[in-house]
Design a protein around this ligand. Sequence first.
Ligand code: ADP
Ligand code: ASP
Ligand code: MG
Length: 405
Amino acid sequence: MALIVQKYGGTSVGNPDRIKNVAARVAKYHAQGDQVVVVVSAMSGVTDSLIKLAKEIMPLPAEREMDMLLATGEQTTIALTAMALHSLGVNAVSLTGAQAGIVTDGVHTKAKISNITPQKVHQHLDAGNVVIVAGFQGQTIEGQITTLGRGGSDLSAIALAAALKADLCQIYTDVDGVYTADPRIVPAARKLQEVSYDEMLELASLGAKVMQSRSVEFAKKFKVVFEVRSSLNDNPGTIVKEETNSMEGVVVRGVSLDKNQAKVTLVGIPDKPGMAARVFKALGDAAVNVDMIVQNVSHGTGTPATDLSFTMDKPDLLKAKKVIDGLKAELAFREVIANEAIGKLSIVGVGMRSHTGVAGKMFDVLAKEGVNIDMISTSEIKISVVIDLTKGEQAMRAVHAAFIG
Ligand code: ADP
Ligand code: ASP
Ligand code: MG
C-alpha cells in the first residue's frame, strides 16, 4: 500500500467527461489499496474568466477580494471530483486548502506556504476515503483565504506530498511530460525521461509553464521526487529529481521562451554615481521585480549621458512606468521608452558547467536566422537573450534544432 499524491491541472478537469476520467484513474489506485490524495485545479479557463470578471468591476481590485474570488474556481472542481468518485462507488471527501491544513503567509494572490498540518487528511485517508484537496489556495493563521500565484496547484501538490511523506507524487497534465521545449511551439521537441531540479527550475522560471517555478523550488528544498505525466494516456512521464552524474553529459537539456516580458529604457540619463541606485531602489520599493539590466557606454558631449535598460514581467510594466515618471525631474533623463514586444529565449542544461563554446554557438544560430540580440544574461546552467517577440518562436525552433535536433 502506498500513499500517492496526484495533481490534475485545468485541462485534465476541463469538462464533466474529463472529471469522470480522472475519477476512473483515481479509483484504480484506490482499488489496489493505495491511499490517494487528489489535488485539483480550477476547470480550464475558469481562473482567467474570474480575473476578467473582477476587472470589469474595477481595474485594480483589492487583492484580498481577488483571493476570495479565485479560490471558488478550485472549490467547484473538488466537489465535482468527489461526486464523480461517489458515482463509481468510491468513498471520497473534498477539502478546501484551509480544511486540508495548508497555512500561508498573508501576501494575497502570491502567498507562500508556511506550514501544513495534515492530520485531517490522514484521518480521512485512514477512514478509507480518497481525499480531494483544492489546489492553489490556503489560509492565513487569522483565517483569511489566500492563493499561491498562477499555476499554484502544482505547489499545493508538492507541499502536500512533502507534508504527508507521500511515496509518490504525480503531476497529471495535458502533455506526456516535460519536453525539451514547449511542444506546441517546437514540433521536434522530445519528452525527457528525467530532469534535475535545477534544470526544471530554470526552465520553469524562464517560461516553460508546465510546472510552476515555486513548486519546483519547494520540491528541491524538501527533496520531493515527482513525475509529470499525461492524464489522457498511460505513457510514462518525466521524473524530476536530484542531479545525477550522467546528467552533465547533455549540454542543453531544454529551450524555453518567455513572452511575458517587457523592457524599459531611460534614454540620456546622466552618467554619474548614484543614478542606477536611485532607479532600482525606487523600483524595489514599488515591488517591481527587475530581471535583466543593461547600461550602454556614455555618449554625447558635455555631461556624459548613457542609456539604461531593464526588463520585468509584463504585468509590472505599468507600475514601473509610474515609478520612472516620478523620477524624471530628479534624474533629468531625456525620455523613457517602454517595449512590450520582447521575448526572452533561454537554453538550460547542467552540462554547460563543463562545456565551452555554448554561448558562441547560440549567438551564431541567431545571427544566421537574422535575429538581433538585445540583452544577454547567463548563469552556470543557462544562457538567456532578449530578442524581438515576433522572431521568438522562429528563433526557438532554430536554437532547438542546433542543440537538440
Ligand atoms: P495544467 O493545467 O495541467 O497545470 P499547464 O497549461 O499549466 O497545465 O502546463 C502544460 C502546458 O505547458 C502544455 O500544454 C505545454 O504547452 C506547456 N509547456 C511549455 N513548455 C513545456 C515543456 N518544456 N514541456 C512540456 N510542456 C510545456
Ligand atoms: N487555477 C489556478 C491558475 O489557473 C491554479 C492552477 O491551475 O494551478 O493559475
Ligand atoms: Mg499549470
